[in-house]
Design a protein around this ligand. Structure first.
Ligand code: MTE
Ligand code: MO
Length: 300
């Protein structure tokens, strides 16, 4: 129910127990991670321009979220079984100030920005998505990584009772991903809490996820509950499933084919003709320097 109808219904049924304060608290923007709630954000200049946004309908009905289902259409249909509130993210490991932040606190770490990013899935399709969030760096700065920290490990939620995909062995649950610390600190790496100005829909990784736009989509872990700073490269679910096909770095690279298909082109959702895939998904000016001296064919 939308807010107006709820309020009308509440009045109609004499919801006397709910004081005006309580109602305001319940419905103040994004106090709780209810899909549809609006988020206040300013537009970031770090945004892809000149490309048509993928419609909200496509972004929210064509998903990879294996915790819900391995096909693209089912996640949106069954996402209601997942209840991403209350929520908290633990940030620990090689840091001076480990912390556990609940959803409200997570929203207040830094001003929310809207950033339009290309999203390129390793499977060969792409979208253009207006995310809401703030640089992951702002969150990591809060815990003060110490000098031994070199990598960041992300752990997604584990709730088999709400996430039917986790009742099957499709991946090593919970979903695990990771970045090198300098990648995680890069200004492009976003800690996302919304899209199209609304709280993240469940199927898009509610209530908080990362977005790493120069890497294949699977590096952008959804529904994160833990962020751990480590001194060695952390294991990741896709790498564990098939190290030959899914490397730790997995930067978008049209010159390095997936063992089973070419990565030279991509299908932008909503378009008929394939377009060329761009090196680092078009974000080379921000990130190429991170990989100086690496052989991107071997260290993929
Ligand atoms: N926890 C978790 N994170 C995940 C996935 C997943 O299955 N589980 N799928 C990944 C893949 S393959 C892609 S392409 C993107 C899809 O994000 P979207 O559905 O919001 O477009 O999420 C990534 N993050
Ligand atoms: Mo993907």
């Amino acid at each position: 129910m939308d807010r107006r109808r709820f309020l009308a219904a509440a009045a109609g049924f004499g919801a006397v127990a709910l004081s005006a304060d309580k109602l305001a608290e319940l419905f103040s923007p994004a106090t709780h991670a209810f899909a549809g709630n609006k988020l206040q954000a300013t537009k970031s200049p770090i945004s892809t321009t000149g490309e048509k946004l993928t419609p909200f309908e496509d972004i929210t009905h064509y998903n990879n979220f294996y915790e819900l289902s391995t096909d693209k259409e089912t996640p949106s249909k069954i996402a209601g079984s997942f209840h991403p509130q209350p929520w908290a993210v633990q940030i620990d490991g090689l840091v001076n100030k480990p912390i556990k932040l609940d959803y409200d606190a997570l929203l207040k770490v830094a001003p929310l920005q809207e950033r339009v990013y290309r999203h390129r899935c390793v499977e060969g399709w792409s979208m253009v998505i207006p995310w809401t969030g703030y640089p992951l760096k702002a969150l990591l700065d809060r815990v003060e990584p110490n000098s031994k920290a070199k990598f960041v490990a992300f752990t997604s939620v584990s709730r088999p009772s709400e996430l039917p995909g986790q009742q099957r062995d499709v991946l090593n649950w919970p979903y695990k991903e990771g970045l090198r610390l300098d990648e995680a600190m890069n200004p492009l790496t976003l800690f996302a809490v919304g899209l199209y100005g609304e709280v993240l829909p469940n199927q898009n990784g509610a209530p908080v996820r990362v977005v790493v736009p120069w890497k294949y989509g699977f590096k952008s872990a959804k529904s994160i509950v833990r962020i751990t700073l480590t001194d060695r490269m952390p294991p990741t679910s896709w790498n564990e499933a098939n190290a030959h096909e899914y490397g730790f770095y997995s930067n978008v690279n049209p010159q390095v084919d997936h063992p089973r298909w070419s990565q030279a082109k991509e299908r932008r959702i909503g378009e008929i003709f394939k377009r060329d895939t761009l090196m680092f998904n078009g974000y080379g000016e921000f990130v190429a320097g991170l990989y100086k001296g690496m052989d991107l064919r071997k260290d993929f």
